[in-house]
Design a protein around this ligand. Sequence first.
Ligand code: HEC
Length: 223
Amino acid sequence: METRFRYRRRLRRLAPSVGRAAVLALALWMTAMLWGCGRGLPSGKPPIHINPNMDDQEKYKPQGMSRFFADSAAMRPPVPGTVARGNLRGETAYYEGKDASGAFLARVPIPVDMLLLQRGRERFDIYCSPCHSRVGDGRGIMIQRGYVPPPSFHSDRIRQMPDGQIFDVITHGVRNMPSYAHQIPTPDRWAIVAYLRALQRSHNATREDIPAEDRGKIRRAGQ
Ligand code: HEC
């Protein structure tokens, strides 16, 4: 009897705060329900966006339609003759390895120095040696694994090729050799040509190619 009485008294004291909590919970629940109303219900209207924050902008999407242009295409072709930045190929000799009459250049059209040759060796070893080998004899690893054998760079035919033609072979490929224009940018192609010439020279060197003061140091074969 005593305990029941105490229990009731405690309940009475709690009642107002329980009521307030219930009202608050109900209010929260209703807010949540109203908030969620828009979601999942199909509607043709755009959702209410309190802070647009540049989420929606007037723009055309790729391949989209435009009512402004007569052909209805939102994507416009560039004006004829447009050149993308950095793609102006004004000098035919430099970019094609040919002179104005269309003949291959005899020599690399840029100054050849040690830096260019070093760059050429590095690029050659990366891009050409898998087939042509590091010494250019045409017996690279790809050939040992069954690829079509290329000619040796030390053959007379390739030694007599103009520099512009070798540049052209790297740019466009030739018969069984693919083009390397996409992997090797123009300046590097010239660096490779310059290095290829040095490689050929190294295989056909004469006594006169050795500086006079060093000639005494070489021994004849068999000595
Ligand atoms: C995937 C293998 C492969 C790579 C890599 C390769 N070549 Fe070749 N190259 C060949 C083959 C094969 C031929 C012979 C093409 C033919 O006559 O069918 C050839 C031929 C050549 C020729 C002679 C062209 C002619 O008219 O006979 C030159 C010069 C040459 N390559 C230079 C290069 C240079 C420089 C590189 C590096 C940028 C290079 N190649 C990279 C396979 C390759």
